[in-house]
Design a protein around this ligand. Structure first.
Ligand SMILES: CC(C)(COP(=O)(O)OP(=O)(O)OC[C@H]1O[C@@H](n2cnc3c(N)ncnc32)[C@H](O)[C@@H]1OP(=O)(O)O)[C@@H](O)C(=O)NCCC(=O)NCCS
Length: 180
């Protein structure tokens, strides 16, 4: 594998980001594997308008990981600021997707580590916060091995913003990691 290079997405990258997110999260290529949510959700995960509007936001960046100019991974980071206490300056992490052909070879670990470095540089963040579907036990364990912990907070899954759910008995759990 040649070297991954990182850059922030521009509006012209939105189509490639949508394609990667859809294939990685819910596509048939990865369905049934620990890396996929296709057994739970089959409708679109996002769309081009949403990605363009996120790229436009001052408090958000899409990090793109490329190998020889080809998109291999992406994630969204957002500065969310000082909650729940003034000593915490958290950044949100989401829309994390790795090219399905390359799942399980270590790219995800490299991309999340880069995102953690960048949120510290961009916003002085000292914590990363994310939400994960509670039924994705292998993925939660993967984040725990990266230093994330479940906080005990839960959120309803936004079923009104999605479609194609296989059932409705799941929700989101919050995970956080302190950056040192
Ligand atoms: C989740 C995702 C980002 C992980 O990235 P990745 O590049 O596939 O993961 P990596 O190759 O870096 O990590 C490999 C890990 O998988 C683990 N793994 C491999 N096979 C596994 C299996 N069958 N079950 C559980 N874990 C497995 C390995 O043990 C290794 O973990 P370790 O190094 O802690 O031991 C990626 O698979 C993805 O894009 N998934 C779809 C989108 C998604 O679910 N995003 C997250 C939403 S919160």
């Amino acid at each position: 594998m040649s070297q991954l290079t990182f850059r922030y997405a521009r509006k012209g990258d939105a189509a490639a980001i949508v394609d990667l997110i859809e294939r990685a999260y819910r596509g048939l290529e990865a369905a049934g594997k620990w890396t996929s949510e296709a057994d739970l959700l089959r409708g679109p995960r996002t769309n081009q308008d949403e990605i363009v509007s996120l790229i436009d936001r001052e408090d958000s960046r899409f990090i793109m990981a490329e190998e020889s100019g080809k998109l291999q991974g992406c994630c969204l980071v957002q500065g969310v600021g000082g909650e729940p206490s003034r000593t915490i300056n958290a950044a949100y992490f989401g829309m994390f997707a790795i090219e399905p052909d390359a799942h399980g070879v270590g790219l995800g670990k490299i991309v999340i580590a880069e995102a953690e470095r960048r949120v510290a540089d961009l916003w002085g963040a000292n914590q990363v916060v994310m939400t994960v579907i509670n039924l994705r036990h292998e993925l939660i364990a993967w984040y725990e091995r990266r230093g994330y912990r479940q906080t005990g907070a839960t959120l309803p899954f936004p079923f009104s913003e999605t479609s194609g759910e296989a059932h409705r008995d799941f929700y989101l759990v919050e995970m956080r990691k302190d950056l040192s």
